[in-house]
Design a protein around this ligand. Sequence first.
Ligand code: SER
Ligand code: ZN
Length: 571
Amino acid sequence: MPQNYLFDPNSKAMNRGDYRPSEYLIPKTALHFDLDDTATVVKSQLTIQPNPAVKNGGGPLILNGEAMKLISLKINGQTLDRQDYTVTDKELIIKRPPSGEFTLEIENEIDPTSNTMLEGLYKSDGLLTTQCEAQGFRRITYYLDRPDILSAFKVTLEGDKDKYPCLLSNGNGDVTKTEDIGDNRHRITWNNPHPTPAYLFAIVAGDLNMLEDSFTTVNGKKVTLRIFVEDGYENKIKWAMESLKRSMKWDEETYGREYDLDVFHIVAVKGFNMGAMENKGLNIFNISLLAGDPDTTTDARLIDIEAVIGHEYFHNWSGNRVTVRDWFELTLKEGLTVLRDRQFTADMHSHASKVIEDAAIMEGGQFIEDSGPSSHPIRPDFVQEFDNIYSATVYQKGSHVLGMMKTILGDDVWRKAMDEYFGRFDGQAVTCDDFIDVMQEVSGIDLSEFRRWYSQSGTPEIEFDGHYDAKAKTYSLTLKQSTPPTADQKDKQPLYIPVSVGLIGQNGKDIPLTLDQDNSAAETTKVLHLTKQEQTFTFTNVEGPVVPSILRGFSAPVKITSEISDDDLIF
Ligand code: SER
Ligand code: ZN
């Protein structure tokens, strides 16, 4: 077994069990940027409160901050004495903060041009842009840079009119109306009233072309939609705009989720370091995932563009309104949002071909991850770097684990439980366990065994064996599960696996299924709940020999290992 480098429990890894709530909260964040390619000055005004959920708090206030120059510090308007704080290359420590609510003002300087890590604010061709997930905001200003710190943001941007004609950040504002402040400079303010973690903060400044449209939400609210691109791409973004409108409508119809700001902006950047990013109200894309023209782009590519636009848009609820408590819980937002974008693509095009594609994506990527040195469960317990968990396991397998929950609950109960999840945790940072608790509570189904999918890595294998009894007219199907050891975990336990099954009769058609264990209506596809290492399911009233059709709809992210006979295959 190769050594597990990325998820080695013996290394000095970060541990999920080490989570502690913050002693301080930041309900309000006001930021002012004086934009410059090499010396951007950031003025931050933070409203800080003790966290009522933490007893015996009131210790030092430890803010994250890297690669910046501190200019000044004030608490409640008073400049802080040098002996009252410590600055290291990773932190700013205020030794004795006041008790109760106070205002902290920080002024610091950053250099976007020398920022080659491309986290925080960086220069990309002629643009200034940001990437803050997972821990980039700490390279912009000193902050509690963790996803469970949610704040209402007000952001003022100032810059040269020729270099940065377009000044964008998160929230409400009108990009076409900036204030002239003299010296060939202009200013704009953006307001995001929704409690938002710093990883969703974004700025884009530069010379951009824009396509404008609008969407009227189910409750009659008109949202201005704008897509911004660099020169040369302005005629290739109509498909993206149409995809965005389809995404907004689909999320209203399928999940009852309405958009919550007056504007929704997407910016495509040629040199963006990730695929795309769901910053609140200001999604940033790599141009390769946004520009496409139905006349010259392949269908497959257009569907990919639509899926990524959907993915980032759907994050507005699954990720932004309800976010993750800490980065170990990443699959809570990513697994859920991938599931939602898979459903969206299937609904827009073909359910059958989407299932085939999704199974191929798992086989071609995630199964390989499970069988190699970087195997890890969808919610890892330890990591070297949070960057390592942006993996096929967390995203793709995570989406199939949620898909299994949807299958176990059934579509109607799933929707009810999702409504409850979004409603209960709106504006909060939560965990995968919080999610499963809601699914369990709303459905009344015991999901305690099912939770093992969150802690056990590896690809389960299912063997099946069928037997037809002509006299009794029964067909018994035995399913056996096992999960081979992985680099990170040797011992594996049985999992709760929903196996969707049909039986095909001699006329080539599905037969109606009745199981001896239940009296539900006869359907042609049934979900078998495999929870033990081996189980036999007996179908009754089977009029003749049948051929089993196992794992319909790729109902679980597993491998089927039984060899089926040539005759059955041909049949
Ligand atoms: N959070 C981003 C996304 O999922 C980056 O991976 O789109
Ligand atoms: Zn995502």
